[in-house]
Design a protein around this ligand. Sequence first.
Ligand code: G3P
Length: 315
Amino acid sequence: MAPLVAGQVLEQKEDCFEVNNMLTNRPKTKILVDGGDPNETLRIKSLIGFVDGQTTNPSLIAKNPEIQRLIASGHKLSSREEKEEYKKIVRSISPLVGDAGVSIEVFADLDTPAEDMLVQGEEMFSWVPNAYVKYPCTHEGLRAAQLSVQKSIRVNITLCFSQEQAAAVYAATKGSKAPVYVSPFIGRLDDRGEDGMDLVRNIKKMYQHGDGHVHVLAASIRNVNHLLCSFALGAELATVPTKVLEEWAATGFSMPDQDFRYKGVDASGNLLKLIPYKELDLNLPWETFDIAHELTTKGIQKFVADYQSTLRRSA
Ligand code: G3P
């Protein structure tokens, strides 16, 4: 358990109650901040009392206030400068978080080969001692992950939208000494009328037949109910935007009790479509799973667009 900084409690009386409250009810699910601004991480640390880890991605880095200021002043970055900025941000966040580490995402478009991702991954892994390298859940991303775990590079497979993808993550990274993270994106499935929490439930159920080397990191969390349901389903980790963590704090850090029932509904209150469980054999070679998913492709395109928005045209 992360120790409290005494000054933190003395200086902020109101937070003191919340910190004590939090510490007695600390969830088993590790809490990560989903963001690209070290000041947000600090704010959440003083609100909750600890932060287990952080996830970043090209969209979140593009929103970092320092990068936004540079862009607003007309100073777009070269790709080298962008990487240096990313490194600076990650280095500021790294000492603020616990053993769930800082996830750093490689810059990949739909044509980036695994070897290129691996070169980036090796470099990013050296930025901070608690790095996790994020690769997209594509054929090349999984190949890069497979090569990475052979080199003891910790990995987080992002943009996961199907149980097949999670099965492939498991099979591709078997033998990893460190836990591998897989990040199912809940909110983006909800956005298209499918119940994203079902994906987390299905992956957890499937992994009961495994060796435990892959940990489920609930991602694309949009509200407190997503967070509570992630706790109830036993996700090992959840990455949560600052706004949702503040909303959770405002509930007094509520926790799901035995009667907790999650109801996946859209903005108009209509029930989201159930994602059925599939019997999949985790012992099959990872290449045999059908890992194509439209939302993974769209997700990569959005990361590329957000990354490009920070770059000089000639870069
Ligand atoms: O954790 C992944 C996250 O950054 C994506 O969230 O809200 O853009 O789907 P969102």
